[in-house]
Write a protein that binds this ligand. Structure first.
Ligand SMILES: O=P(O)(O)OC[C@H](O)CO
Length: 373
């Protein structure tokens, strides 16, 4: 069953590439049966080489390896790298390559980030195989070991067999997958559920987030790199702040890969600040992580919680409900708030016209983009 809460999962929070990349490569190097990797972004470079090397090494040991890449997000993966993967025996498929289809179909992207090893361990987060994740961007990931892994694997398997997935050669026949293995439940594990979404047609992540924002009693802390919230999310954040919930947003500062998106989101700052929402702009580097803490509930994964992700993309997040894990996420947020600059409501209200003009221009662009169908 989809979106079921599963007991008995061990979860490890892995902030920053220096922790999650070694953990992932270690898991792949220990694989004995199969490795499934699904990514939105993969571009030729140092990290892509490391991923290819790891999959190649696993394949040489007799492990079956499967790589599902988004057909748009992987456009920067050079042909030589694709050939290297295939020559090594890695099964490579692309989801929905750009083509002469409807605009809606071309806009629908697989934005999920999933690694599954032997049906026993899964990783998710905001990562991709592009060099920015090596050091330049701040990212986090989660390692999951327990019954929730089966749900991650089901997501991968369904998309692998989807009519929109293609072999790298163009063939529509999916490369066969090995039988699914199952993970052990741990007595000391936590409760978790895998949530997925498929654009406007299927919106479980959105509904789950909205319900948590509306019912939060003490805190609602949200981190996203692309803060262009829907009207419904803004309204809920504002209402939560007005009823006394500690609502805080952790957003990128001036270091941003798409500054226009930042300006488009900043047009909402004033209304949020007025309602008592606290906004922190992360200073050290571009923060690309996506995670939310609502009381003792955490959601972490691919979803940026912006209206583009919620409208078009395939997304998947891991939800965890556990007080000790919530404490860990709280500490992570606090560390990042301390490395941020809090936006002062009075100073923001007096911001220069140049800044307001950028918010307006990118706001118009955002409005137009959202009308695409
Ligand atoms: O879509 P994301 O959140 O994986 O981020 C990818 C970046 O936008 C690429 O510029």
């Amino acid at each position: 069953m989809q979106h079921e809460w599963r007991e008995g999962n061990r979860v490890i929070l892995l902030p920053e590439a220096s922790r999650f990349l070694p953990a992932m490569f270690e898991a792949v190097s220990q694989a004995q049966h199969y490795v499934l990797v699904e990514l939105y972004l993969m571009e030729s470079g140092e990290l892509a080489n490391q991923v290819i090397d790891a999959l190649e090494a696993a394949t040489r040991r007799g492990v079956k390896t499967y790589l599902l890449l988004d057909g748009y997000g992987a456009m920067g993966l050079e042909r030589s790298d694709r050939e290297r993967l295939q020559a090594a025996g890695v099964a490579l498929q692309l989801f929905n390559p750009i083509g002469f289809h409807s605009l809606a179909r071309n806009l629908s992207r697989d934005h999920r980030k999933i690694v599954v090893v032997d049906g026993e361990i899964a990783f998710t987060g905001g990562f991709g195989a592009v060099d920015e994740f090596l050091q330049a961007w701040y990212e986090i990931a989660l390692r999951i070991d327990g019954p929730a892994v089966a749900d991650w694997e089901v997501l991968f398997r369904r998309l692998w067999r989807s009519r929109l997935s293609r072999q790298a050669s163009g063939s529509q026949t999916p490369i066969p997958l090995p039988p699914q293995r199952s993970a052990t439940a741990h007595g000391d594990g936590v409760r978790g559920r895998v949530m997925s979404a498929r654009g406007y047609r299927y919106q479980a992540i959105r509904h789950s987030l909205y319900a948590r924002v509306s019912s939060a009693q003490q805190r609602l802390w949200l981190c996203t790199p692309y803060f262009v919230p829907t009207f419904a999310l803004r309204r809920r954040l504002i209402r939560a702040a007005r009823r006394g919930v500690d609502v805080r947003l952790l957003l990128p500062g001036a270091k941003h890969d798409h500054p226009g998106v930042r300006y488009a989101g900043q047009r909402f700052y004033q209304g949020l600040l007025k309602a008592g929402v606290r906004i922190f702009e992360f200073q050290p580097t571009f923060i690309h992580a996506k995670f939310v803490l609502a009381d003792e509930w955490v959601s972490l994964g691919s979803c940026n919680f912006d209206h583009w992700n919620l409208h078009w993309n395939l997304e998947a997040n891991q939800e965890i409900e556990d007080s000790a894990f919530a404490c860990e996420v709280q500490t992570l947020f606090e560390r990042n708030f301390a490395a941020s600059q809090e936006v002062d409501a009075a100073a923001w209200a007096a911001r220069p016209w140049g800044q307001r003009a950028k918010e307006w221009v990118y706001g118009v662009v955002d409005g137009l983009v959202m009308r695409l169908k």
